[in-house]
Write a protein that binds this ligand. Structure first.
Ligand code: BEZ
Length: 211
């Protein structure tokens, strides 16, 4: 059964470059990004892992723990990590799972057999502090992901969780947001005392809340 948004992220225990990861214990109370890439020592993956390492302060600022998954062996991760540091200017600074048996990859449907029977596609799962899946994205092996977009979605998800606002098309941090339909005008008055712009009763625009 595919994992859907709103499902509890399945738990697992697996070796990583930073020791054994008990997933639910590891992410306890935090947001998390779990992402797979097809293979060590491949060009697109090398750029993705280097860029994700550079984004570590951005993930930390948002209370997000990052976890990479590879179906390659733990002993191969070290050599590749050195290549990532040399070519991308950033050392691996988050755990990389060694899912040699594809246990987690199968659990999370990261293997798409009509593409390849063993290699994972580029999956991203964003998981909330309640351990529920908030976002899933899948990219083919040949297309590097946009990790700035992953951060943008996390900003949107965290705004929704904290302030009951949604984010409109192509929204960027700092731009106006939308009061979610579940908030009545009466409730909105105390949540947004500076008011909002009502384009339609169902389309209420408000300044992005801070804090
Ligand atoms: C890459 O990471 O560059 C890659 C991996 C598998 C297939 C194609 C590209």
């Amino acid at each position: 059964m595919a994992i859907l948004i709103g499902d509890t992220a399945p738990d697992f225990t697996l070796e990583s470059t930073e020791g054994t990861i008990h997933f639910h214990d590891y992410i306890e109370g935090s947001w998390a990004v779990l992402f797979s890439h097809p293979k060590n020592f491949t060009p697109v993956c090398t750029t993705e892992l280097g860029y994700t390492a550079k984004l570590k302060p951005e993930f930390e600022k948002r209370g997000v723990k990052v976890l990479g998954l590879s179906v390659d062996k733990l002993e191969d991760h070290g050599g590749w990590a050195r290549d990532i540091e040399e070519t991308q200017g950033a050392a691996l600074n988050f755990p990389l799972l060694a899912d040699t048996e594809g246990k987690v990859a199968r659990l999370y449907d990261m293997i798409h057999p009509n593409v390849d029977n063993t290699l994972t596609v580029r999956s991203v799962f964003v998981i909330g502090p309640d351990k529920k899946v908030k976002l899933k994205i899948e990219y083919p092996a040949s297309t590097g992901r946009n990790f700035d977009e992953v951060l943008r979605v996390i900003d949107s998800l965290q705004l929704t969780a904290k302030h009951q606002v949604a984010t409109p098309v192509n929204w960027k941090d700092g731009e106006d947001v939308i009061i979610v339909p579940a908030v009545s005008n009466e409730a909105a008055k105390s949540k947004f005392p500076d008011g909002w712009k009502e384009l339609k009763p169902y389309l209420r625009i408000v300044l992005q809340p801070r804090g």
